[in-house]
Design a protein around this ligand. Structure first.
Ligand SMILES: [Zn+2]
Length: 302
């Protein structure tokens, strides 16, 4: 039913005979234009003309691929089912609207008919011509509206059935599209989350690396400081040893001089002491002891 409706739509859009293209494209994707021409028993240019018309109305889409052997482009066509159905929906709504207008006028207005010419006309037009036929001057008869009313009503019912069918089909397609989109969105969200997670991990790894590098640098610097301290310490001890050696050498050199000086000082002191003794002796009055005084007295007396 749907294919039949689409067939009619394409005939409406692209001309009689074009509708067969729907049967060839329906439910397929990227159909080679030469295959379409073969199946339709038309030339490639005739087929392209039909397809270009449908393409202008957005009912078909194409991709093109370069033929590797022949070097020219081949077009591959796909029927855009949803767009076709939307177009069909619009067309049906317009038809129903027109039919309702017809029904309304049949229900509310009078029409006149010339039975010999089988030409029907509106009351206004019949009045203009004095209720006689424009062609044969026969007197118009009042037209029976019951037949056209019945016919129009049945047409409306048929179109409304078609519309219902198309709307149902559209709903299904749109639901499918929505589901597909939701799936795609979900997939994308998942991919985005995965990408974010990956970035997070990469950043953490970079941070850890940086931290480790910093730690290594600190360690290296500490090691260097330790080494430097050791060098300084060793230099200091070398210096101290050198100084001690020098002092020792100087002391050694000084020692005999010191001895000499000490000796000299001692001898000078000795000399001085002797001299002091002598001077003291000279200065000191001679004190005679009592015994010697007695001895002297005895000597004198005796
Ligand atoms: Zn007539």
């Amino acid at each position: 039913m749907q294919v039949k409706l689409l067939h009619d739509l394409v005939e409406e859009m692209a001309g009689v005979g074009a509708g067969r293209i729907v049967e060839i494209l329906f439910g397929k994707k990227d159909v080679n234009e030469f295959l379409i021409a073969k199946k339709m028993e038309l030339t490639i240019n005739q087929v392209r003309n039909i397809l270009y018309k449908l393409s202008a109305d957005g009912l078909v889409s194409f991709i093109r691929k370069k033929d590797k052997r022949k070097g020219w482009y081949i077009y591959y066509w796909t029927l855009k089912t949803e767009e076709c159905l939307v177009k069909l929906e619009g067309s049906l709504l317009k038809k129903i609207e027109d039919l309702n207008a017809v029904l309304n006028s049949r229900e509310t207005k009078r029409f006149y008919i010339c039975k010999s010419c089988d030409i029907e006309t509106t009351e206004e037009r019949a009045l203009e011509h004095g209720f006689t036929c424009e062609e044969c001057a026969e007197v118009y008869e009042l037209s029976d509206n019951s037949g056209p009313i019945r016919e129009t009503k049945s047409k409306i019912t048929r179109r409304e059935k078609e519309l219902k069918l198309i709307d149902g089909e559209l709903k299904t397609i749109r639901e499918k599209t929505a589901k597909r989109r939701a799936r795609a969105d979900k997939k994308e969200a998942k991919e985005t989350a995965a990408r974010k997670e990956l970035m997070k991990k990469a950043r953490a790894a970079a941070r850890a690396k940086l931290k480790k590098a910093a730690g290594d640098t600190v360690k290296k610097v500490a090691k260097k400081i330790k080494k430097t301290k050791k060098v300084v310490r060793s230099a200091r001890s070398t210096l101290a040893a050198a100084r001690a050696k020098k002092i020792k050498a100087v002391k050694k050199k000084i020692k005999p001089i010191k001895k000499k000086v000490v000796r000299k000082v001692k001898s000078v002191r000795k000399k001085m002491a002797k001299r002091v003794k002598k001077v003291k002796k000279m200065v000191k009055p001679k004190r005679k002891s009592l015994s010697s005084k007695i001895k002297k007295f005895i000597k004198k007396k005796g």
